[in-house]
Ligand binder design. Sequence first.
Ligand SMILES: Nc1ncnc2c1ncn2[C@@H]1O[C@H](COP(=O)(O)OP(=O)(O)OP(=O)(O)O)[C@@H](O)[C@H]1O
Ligand SMILES: [Mg+2]
Length: 287
Amino acid sequence: MSVLSVHNLIYGYSKGTPFETGALNGVSLDFEQGEIVAVIGHTGSGKSTLLQHLNGLLKADSGEVLFEGKDIHSSKEALRNCRFNVGLCFQYPEQQLFESTVYADIAFGPKNMGLSDDEIKNRVYESISFVGLTEDYLEKSPFDLSGGEKRRVAIAGILSMKPKVLILDEPTAGLDPVGKNNLLQLIKDYNKKTGSTIIFVSHNMDDVAVVADRVIVMNKGKVELSGSIEEVYSQGEKLASLGLDVPEITTVFLSLKKAGFDLGDTAFTVSGAVKAITEYLKGENDG
Ligand SMILES: Nc1ncnc2c1ncn2[C@@H]1O[C@H](COP(=O)(O)OP(=O)(O)OP(=O)(O)O)[C@@H](O)[C@H]1O
Ligand SMILES: [Mg+2]
């Protein structure tokens, strides 16, 4: 059984007004325990809207969301269970931080879960260190932090609930290259350590290639493409027609191919490129 599934979700904003939009137009997906899934797509394609359905923050006009096989809107308990197990980090962390201290913000989820004070404290300390911030931050106001720090605190506030499914809406937006790489590593580490499913949105095709096991491409409120990195990224023309670019490294390899150096079509990351070049040179030497 999939840990999380959506069946034929349809959702529009501003219903019954001239501004009505069809933000989701029939989306069906299954997410398996332990996989890392990237959701990509042009701006306005429905990525954030989809994510907000996965923990019941938005309720579809029709269709259903199943967490561990149970419709999350079937009862109050089912929705509560989903909220504690499917942690969603918003695209804009400001929308998620509201307590007067970082400690209180990170403790908010575990408190709602009814955990003991000792357990809450343990989880706050564990989470703040996991996102790479020192304990000095705990007494600060979340509103005095930089954008990158706010994002880390917002993520810590979700991690403290130890969700089975961690959902991150553009977690690396606005971070410098070092901060970005740290965060991508954090995503991988969390997945490895806990076996949690991770679903994240990114506009950066290079980041997606480094982290994700599987990619979903959204377009106009529908799933346009879905598959492994190789399956999706090898469709360069299709991606371009959806307003998406293949990773820079892939562009370089395509140029090399045109110049007579055929290094294959499957280098989407730097490490993949190193491997392909090494094999190519080995072939040259052997030949
Ligand atoms: N609060 C809202 N009220 C009305 N329309 C909205 C609202 N939020 C999103 N929309 C519309 O719904 C559609 C999908 O938006 P959504 O935010 O899900 O896209 P997205 O893929 O996350 O885009 P981005 O990459 O810019 O974050 C867009 O047409 C958008 O204008
Ligand atoms: Mg969005």
